[in-house]
Design a protein around this ligand. Structure first.
Ligand SMILES: Nc1nc2c([nH]c(=O)n2[C@H]2C[C@H](O)[C@@H](COP(=O)(O)OP(=O)(O)OP(=O)(O)O)O2)c(=O)[nH]1
Length: 151
């Protein structure tokens, strides 16, 4: 019998700009699974890190900002061919520093429904909750197959 798949634990930040409630999306850099897809910024939690520590490190590495704090808001799972992920979602409304795309990615402040496409399917449940909170109808983003990475 095969072993059950282990979860990859991921910390994700829903950055909210308080002046207009815009949400920060960023594109996945080349070379990663689902390259070019839009996502909420974040990354894998390393051994010994809390969700908040991992998110602070990832957002410094990727975006050049330092978050003031993060508390887990929702936890979701998504089963991709490349990994079974458990996503620890945190809303973040306070940070310092200037945005700097350190991995060659793009960023976009977005209102709901999102303009950017395609979006990682693992983010769809959170888009639905955010829409519900805002009293907006949920418009599911189109489902797009990733291009297989070149070897
Ligand atoms: N950051 C982020 N990851 C997401 C979202 N939705 C979703 O399914 N995921 C999945 C995709 C990936 O399998 C996983 C994140 O892992 P990653 O490969 O981007 O993490 P990382 O930056 O630490 O990558 P690495 O360079 O260490 O490989 O979580 C989302 O909205 N944001």
């Amino acid at each position: 019998m095969s072993e059950p798949r282990k979860h990859t634990e991921v910390a994700v930040g829903v950055l909210i700009r308080l002046s207009d409630d815009a949400l920060l999306l960023s594109s996945r850099p080349e070379g990663k699974a689902y390259a070019g897809f839009w996502e909420f910024p974040g990354g894998k939690i390393e051994a010994g890190e809390t969700v908040e520590e991992a998110l602070r490190r990832e957002l410094q590495e990727e975006l050049g900002i330092t978050i003031d704090g993060a508390e887990v808001w929702k936890i979701t799972e998504h089963d991709y061919p490349h990994a079974l992920v458990r996503l620890h979602w945190c809303k973040v409304t306070a940070w310092s520093g200037e945005f700097e795309m350190r991995e060659g990615q793009q960023m976009a402040w977005q209102q709901l429904p999102l303009d950017v496409t395609p979006v990682l399917p693992g983010a769809f449940p959170v888009l639905q909750w955010l829409s519900e909170e805002r009293g907006l109808p949920f418009v599911p983003p189109p489902v797009v197959a990733p291009v297989a990475p070149a070897n």
